[in-house]
Design a protein around this ligand. Structure first.
Ligand SMILES: Cc1cc2nc3c(=O)[nH]c(=O)nc-3n(C[C@H](O)[C@H](O)[C@H](O)COP(=O)(O)OP(=O)(O)OC[C@H]3O[C@@H](n4cnc5c(N)ncnc54)[C@H](O)[C@@H]3O)c2cc1C
Length: 394
């Protein structure tokens, strides 16, 4: 293991792997990623891994488009192909006029980033997704580039490319402490020895505040339990000669995509449950929370109304895992306030779709001092939360 590097990234999920890869792309090859277990052993391995282009801010649309372009390129790499269902398409349902009006706004916002969404009516929704009912449906936003990816393969592909460019990855190497010297240089203490470095990056996923505490910082990020169900094969899907698109329903708070010949259906319940606030078991790795289907029953009913096949489909598997949230739902990507040469890529709640883009923007900020998009929406909360102004920490 190296004892000196320009950058040490803590955490080998999508956030850390994407940052590592993009740092090498931006020209820094003396970079190291340190992971306490195997790559993707935090949240990333069990993600539903939908990759969408939709965003409520132009920066988010732009960084998601970057993810999609990058993932497509990785999937098509003949030396290391990965599974990516690019272009299944996505339907964001509208049951109210407000939803439709909002979608018109998002269509023009995305157009400014070179992304073409389309407004479709209810009949067209049913033509594109033959398993849905159109009761009470006014229309939808259609996103042609939506799809899903194998998240473990994605991270391995990013790490592989980064390694080829000179980066190093140390697995089974927990970071146990961080010390900053008067010069601003960091010493990263690990179970296998120390690494001195110029910059340190917190990409610790749901352990964000364990890593934050090592540098005396508390980040406004909490984890919530989040569940999806995988169904047994569904006859209507087996009968189709194409894959069905993704669905997102802001009224009934569920999402769905095809998984093999069945459906994956995820739920956002009102009675949500925080996770890990009183500390996280050090052995919680490659792990899930206990199944808790009763908690999402209210939203399951809505999903069954829109997708009647769900009422009779067998549930094959339930996945319940921790997902990180900030107060405004946007990740925190950029400098850690009040700490020199410390960076974070944390609070990712759609980290598979967005992670390619976030790692890209963070690497640009670190290497060039600025990113190609306005990153204020990804950084301001962290500064406000500590009552500091950006000028104070830049
Ligand atoms: C059920 C579920 C479904 C989801 N579906 C989607 C979806 O459809 N689309 C989407 O885009 N997103 C989805 N997400 C969210 C997405 O999976 C996450 O945003 C993303 O995986 C977070 O990646 P990360 O790298 O930030 O964190 P993690 O994957 O948790 O990675 C953090 C890593 O840091 C390591 N680490 C922590 N502390 C240390 C330390 N001290 N030393 C060394 N290493 C350390 C951990 O071991 C871990 O490997 C879903 C999440 C859940 C729970």
């Amino acid at each position: 293991m190296k004892s000196q590097a320009r950058v040490v990234i803590i955490g080998g999920g999508i956030a850390g792997c994407s940052t590592l890869y993009h740092l090498t792309r931006e020209g820094w090859s003396d970079v190291v990623l340190v992971e306490r277990d195997e790559l993707t052993s935090g949240t990333t391995w069990h993600s539903a891994a939908q990759v969408t282009n939709f965003g409520a801010a132009q920066t988010v649309v732009g960084l998601k488009s970057h993810s999609i372009r990058l993932y497509k390129e990785l999937a098509e790499d003949p030396d290391y192909p990965i599974n990516y269902h690019h272009g299944d398409g996505g339907i964001r349902l509208a049951s109210t006029q407000d939803h439709l009006d909002g979608y018109r706004h998002f269509i023009s916002l995305a157009k400014g980033m070179g992304v073409d969404f389309e407004l479709i009516d209810a009949a067209e929704c049913a033509r594109r997704h033959p398993l849905i009912t159109t009761d009470g449906l006014l229309g939808a936003l259609w996103d042609p580039s939506d799809g899903d990816i194998d998240p473990a393969q994605l991270c391995q592909a990013l790490a592989r490319r980064a390694r080829k460019a000179g980066a190093e990855v140390y697995r089974h190497t927990p970071v146990t402490g961080l010390t900053q010297k008067a010069s601003g240089e960091w010493v990263v203490h690990t179970s296998k020895g120390d690494i001195a470095c110029e910059h340190v990056v917190n990409a610790g996923g749901y352990r964000v505040n364990e890593v934050g505490a090592m540098m005396g910082v508390s980040h406004p990020v909490v984890s919530m339990e989040h569940q999806y169900f995988l169904t047994d094969p569904i006859a209507e899907i087996e009968a189709l000669d194409r894959r069905v698109p993704l669905i997102r329903c802001p009224t009934d708070d569920f999402y769905s995509r095809q998984e093999k010949k069945g459906l994956l259906v995820g739920f956002y319940e009102q009675g949500c449950k925080t996770w890990g606030l009183d500390g996280i078991d050090p052995d919680f790795t490659n792990a899930l929370c206990p199944n808790d289907p009763d908690r999402v029953l209210g939203v399951v009913e809505g999903a069954c109304r829109r997708l009647p096949c769900l009422a009779t489909a067998g549930i094959h598997t339930i996945i319940n895992g921790p997902i990180t949230y900030t107060p405004d739902g946007l990740p925190l990507v950029g400098r850690v306030p009040g700490r020199r040469n410390a960076w974070c890529i944390i609070g990712l709640r759609a980290g598979i779709g967005e992670g390619g883009g976030h790692g890209w923007l963070l690497a640009q900020e670190m290497v060039h001092g600025q990113a190609c998009y306005d990153t204020w929406c990804l950084a301001h909360l962290i500064h406000e939360s500590r009552g500091e102004r950006l000028a104070d920490v830049a």
